[in-house]
Design a protein around this ligand. Sequence first.
Ligand code: DON
Length: 306
Amino acid sequence: MEMENITEILNDALEYGRKYISKGNVATYIPELAKVDKDSLGISLVTIAGGRYHVGDWDKEFTIQSISKTISLIFALEHFGPEFVFSKVGMEPSGDPFNSIAKLETKSKYPSNPFINAGAIAIAGLIADRYKFEDYLKLVHRLCGRNSIDIDENVYMSENETGMLNRSMAYLMKNNGIIEGDVEKTLELYFKMCSIKINTNDLANYASILANGGVEIESQIQLIDKSTIKILKSLMVTCGMYDGSGEFAIRVGMPAKSGVGGGIVASSENKVGIGVFGPSLDSQGNSIGGYHILEYLSNELGLHYF
Ligand code: DON
């Protein structure tokens, strides 16, 4: 891949993505998220050769939200093994919105996958029974390459006060034996995980490890097991962009995960890790500017997996 004019390409991608901001809206169902600047847009890109590039609002912090679901899946897979994890959640795209409660009553009672809210709450239940939030945060520090990362207290309190749909799903799963321990402890961990404040460089650093088979670029240390990477990236392809995952696979073609804070993490095998941020969201809850930036970069840099 030709990397000489990469900053120029990133700037072009930023301007392309900017055109879509007005077509979306910031998340308002978490009151604290409604306060963010809709026009923010930033990109970071880390190559597996170690090159780092940033444009726009790359150093603005935002909450990680659902991107945390990928890190909690890594945590759970590496501490409990896939058999136990997938005895609590499925491996299939749900085809429903990320916060849907419907299938918990009608289908198998198990959440379809670890990236919808219900699935991530089930995984949080596994972790909350045995570990502390600080243990999880340490993994975030390691994968993002920054030890100063912490939660946004206001977003945490806002979600905890208003997250009644998440609370309902958690109690339903407790009733069905999917959550075994304390429901409120599970929810506290889940809301804290979602409220972690990061920037696009943190995401690009994490994505570069995914692109590099779980190996940290600078140290060459295997941070994530290869078998975990295989499960994680497969689920990112099929479920990472919620009920928009199929179209994203065609248009962009990278394992990716979005969050309603406006972040998207995406990696291209053996090439690059990318973090984008733009809080204006499309109807499925994915950053609208970020989505188009990734589509632009996929075309310009040849990042599609096929
Ligand atoms: O539980 C929630 O609804 C949020 N903390 C996370 C949702 C989210 O990021 C969905 N992403 N697109």
